[in-house]
Design a protein around this ligand. Structure first.
Ligand code: AHM
Ligand code: MG
Length: 300
């Protein structure tokens, strides 16, 4: 049974990428423990989006920031919880992250997770998702798992009793199948196209699997090997809520590497250039045919 480190070595990861990913793996262990035992109340602060922060959001961000600063291969970091990107040294690697996605799920004890994108860059402004060298999600649920791509398919690790991450699935694939995770259904009130798309899924008797957390929802599509997650915009929020850099690009890298696809309705998410760190994008992500169907419904 391969460990996380053994898998990376086997894939021929450079010493630098190996080190950065090992640090993110260790940070995920710490956040996992923090999610289990730490204060779940509000921190009394707001992030740059004006959203209330939880004490655990702040703590997760601190854990990552400290560990990234301690890795000499990392030169710049960006966090969904920070106002700007931060130079942390001379390293060639840039690591962006949502330290704890799923704000509204923490107090009710549903699964939450972290999202990581790894680039070789000195700044995230101007990058495209396509430039990622690796992306990873950590899922903090009944077990702690990591879903990783280094551009050679998608694999899953599970934390064992000794805190070691062991390879559990080595060829995650997403094909066709009737499962849907329709986010932002509020958009149906004003968007006939989205209403029609969701109606199609309902009429075709798709299985609803939506938790309200992008990490567990996409994790589910990857592990069940089928389905579609959608989060459109509407009205005053035409780009929806989810961020291109911190959430959508890393998820899209994983999904494409698993044989799926992702789009904003017109443009492939991985082709979209990050103009601002807080840039949002609509997203439709899952199996190829489902993503194509979304594009067809939304352009009609
Ligand atoms: P967060 O980063 O503030 O936690 O928000 C992101 C989350 C996603 O995990 C989820 O898909 C989405 O927000 C759900 O939003 P809403 O319930 O507002 O539609
Ligand atoms: Mg988030």
């Amino acid at each position: 049974m391969k460990t996380f480190g053994e898998y990376l070595k086997g894939q021929g990861a450079s010493d630098e990428l190996y080190s950065v990913l090992m640090t993110l793996k260790d940070a995920s262990s710490e956040i996992s423990e923090a999610v289990r035992v730490a204060d779940k109340g509000e921190a009394g602060t707001e992030n740059i989006y004006g959203e209330q922060q939880l004490a655990i959001d702040v703590l997760s961000d601190k854990i990552l920031q400290g560990m990234m600063k301690g890795n000499s291969f990392v030169g710049v970091i960006a966090s969904e919880e920070l106002p700007d990107e931060m130079s942390v040294g001379d390293g060639e690697y840039g690591v962006c992250y949502d330290p704890l996605d799923g704000y509204s799920l923490v107090d009710v004890n549903l699964a939450v997770g972290s999202i990581f994108g790894i680039y070789k860059t000195k700044s995230f402004v101007g990058v495209k998702g396509d430039e990622q060298l690796a992306s990873m999600i950590a899922v903090y649920g009944p077990s702690t798992t990591l879903i990783l791509t280094v551009g050679k398919g998608v694999v899953k690790f599970m934390m064992d009793d000794d805190g070691e991450f062991i390879l559990r699935e080595d060829e995650i694939r997403v094909d066709e199948g009737k499962m849907f995770a329709p986010g932002n259904l509020r958009a149906c009130a004003s968007r006939q196209d989205y209403f029609d798309l969701v109606s199609f899924w309902c009429k075709e008797k798709y299985t609803l699997r939506y938790s309200g957390g992008m990490v567990p929802d996409i994790n589910q599509i990857l592990l069940k090997g089928k389905g579609i997650f959608s989060y459109p915009g509407y009205g005053d929020v035409p780009d929806g809520k989810l961020r291109l850099l911190f959430e959508c690009a890393p998820m899209s890298f994983l999904m494409e590497q698993a044989g799926g696809a992702s789009t904003d309705g017109k443009i492939r998410i991985m082709d979209k250039e990050v103009e601002r760190l807080d840039q949002r994008t609509p997203i439709f992500i899952g199996s190829k045919d489902e993503v194509k169907r979304c594009e067809e419904y939304l352009s009609s």
